[in-house]
Design a protein around this ligand. Structure first.
Ligand code: 4AD
Ligand code: MG
Length: 457
């Protein structure tokens, strides 16, 4: 059995067999040893007592060092200590793989996250990264359950595509051609796909195809953005969940986003209680308070115009001054969620000039039905919108945005044949994990971060 089940489920008196990695060993003067064993199934270690009469004790115990892998059989016993329900009395001990104590990079002390990033192959063996892996797994299950219980179909959208959904030109090219050396542009008609192809920045456009055919859908996969921003909130490769719902407007979309986040939070509090407590104790003392705050209140909804007025009237000095029509910067989002409202908010109806082509144009001629969910500590966690489903308005938008309608003929067809109002959003998985754990750097909440100059392992 795994350590988690030994610690919390199996009855004392049972003969058991356990394998894992040694966190530490203490030798007592009485000629026996204590091993703290972890196998990643939970935060806590199993304490194992190895008496000197265990076969080969003298020979094997010296190899039981931090980082070594071992297999132990023995009896689970009630623990005399208050810390744990049970401990294990070893009958046999086998060292599977030694770990040289001198060179093993993970010592018992606390290591900096910067240092651990350099040893991405070993950091999952630490308490923090084990806990992140378990919380991330819990979130993924909660995501599928949330949509599956509501009858959404999971649709797999392509990773290689020729359309730029966000229109931001931040795409990674996928090509089999050598780079041009004579200064002439590469001729992509001669390339594998016969066109300039890229890694997807969003599965939304393809999601809309399915949502307007089979009903509510969601996509959940990796997305890629060549944003050259060295921030603690951006990755070049991140995971996004994108629901798309036919016969839905912006209000319905905001409600879905709020229910979705609350459901994920509740699941993690329920199913990862030990790990969540750890984050609260060791990473950020406000994590549990923030989670309860999220569950207890309705997300405050304010229009972009109201948000700008609040920022202008705040009396604060901003690095980036705001005026109607400008993007909200991290500092503004931080102030709104952390100081002004002190809770998650949803900002809606953004200026059409700063949003992509596909958003529904409001009657005022100035705004689109966009929404961003902003949360304390992280900032934007969800971006979404009601989609423009009126063919004539969308065609005019293409012109306004300088896009070639020929390139998006299939997208326009969806408006030509049986068009319906629909809406959807994208949640950045890693931003959600930042919120749940209180971790400060997005590089630490994905197993293998991809950022400028970093794609090794
Ligand atoms: O706001 P974004 O760009 O929205 C879209 O891509 C829409 N097509 C989604 C939709 O309506 N279906 O991105 C959505 C979310 C952001 O709110 C953020 O959480 C996350 O994706 N995100 C990133 N996460 C990590 N690194 C990056 N570089 C990210 N860019 C966006
Ligand atoms: Mg956005």
């Amino acid at each position: 059995p795994r350590v988690a089940s030994l610690l919390y489920e199996v009855a004392p008196g049972t003969q058991v067999d356990v394998s894992g990695w040694v966190r530490s060993r203490r030798d007592s003067k009485g000629g026996f040893s204590f091993i703290e064993l972890n196998d990643g199934s939970c935060m806590s270690n199993l304490q194992i007592i190895v008496d000197a009469d265990v076969p080969n004790y003298e020979d094997s115990i010296k190899d039981v060092t931090t980082g070594a892998s071992v297999r132990v059989t023995g009896e689970l016993k009630e623990s005399p200590g208050a810390k744990q329900r049970v401990e294990m009395q070893a009958k046999t001990l086998e060292v599977l793989g030694t770990a040289d104590a001198e060179s093993y990079p993970l010592q018992k002390k606390r290591h900096s996250f910067e240092f651990l990033r350099e040893i991405a192959h070993l950091r999952p063996r630490t308490n923090t990264f084990g806990a992140i892996a378990r919380v991330r797994n819990c979130v993924c299950r909660a995501i599928h359950d949330f949509f599956q219980e509501r009858g959404f179909l999971n649709v797999q959208t392509p990773i290689i595509t020729t359309s730029d959904c966000e229109g931001a030109g931040e795409m990674f090219t996928v090509t089999t051609l050598p780079p041009s050396t004579d200064g002439k542009p590469v001729d992509y008609t001669q390339d594998f796909f016969g066109k300039h192809a890229s890694l997807t920045v969003s599965g939304q456009l393809e999601g809309e195809i399915y949502a307007t055919a089979v009903g509510p859908i969601y996509t959940f996969g990796p997305t890629f953005r060549a944003e050259n921003s060295h921030t603690t909130r951006h990755l070049a490769e991140f995971w996004m969940v994108e629901p798309e719902v036919p016969f839905c407007d912006l209000d319905g979309n905001m409600q879905l986003a709020e229910d979705f986040i609350k459901t994920i939070v509740r699941r993690c509090l329920d199913e990862c209680a030990e790990d969540m407590q750890f984050f609260n104790d060791r990473i950020d003392k406000t994590v549990l308070e923030t989670m309860n705050n999220i569950l207890e209140h309705e997300f405050k909804r304010i229009s972009y115009t109201e948000a700008v007025e609040l920022i202008l009237n705040s009396g604060k000095e901003w690095e980036y001054p705001v005026s109607w029509g400008s993007n909200l910067q991290a500092e503004h989002e931080k102030w709104l969620t952390e100081e002004h409202f002190k809770q998650p908010i949803i900002v809606f109806d953004y200026p059409r000039s700063i949003k992509p082509f596909y958003m529904y144009c409001n009657e005022d001629g100035k705004t689109v039905r966009a929404m961003d969910v902003l949360v304390p500590g992280v900032g934007e966690i969800i971006g979404g919108s009601q989609r423009e489903h009126r063919l004539d308005v969308l065609e005019a938008r293409f012109q306004e945005c300088g896009l070639d309608p020929e390139e998006y003929w299939w997208y326009l067809d969806l408006r030509r044949y049986g068009s319906v109002p629909h809406a959807g959003f994208g949640l950045g998985l890693e931003r959600m994990i930042l919120l749940l754990t209180g971790m400060q750097n997005i590089r630490d909440v994905i197993p293998f971060p991809r950022t400028p100059n970093n794609a090794e392992f």
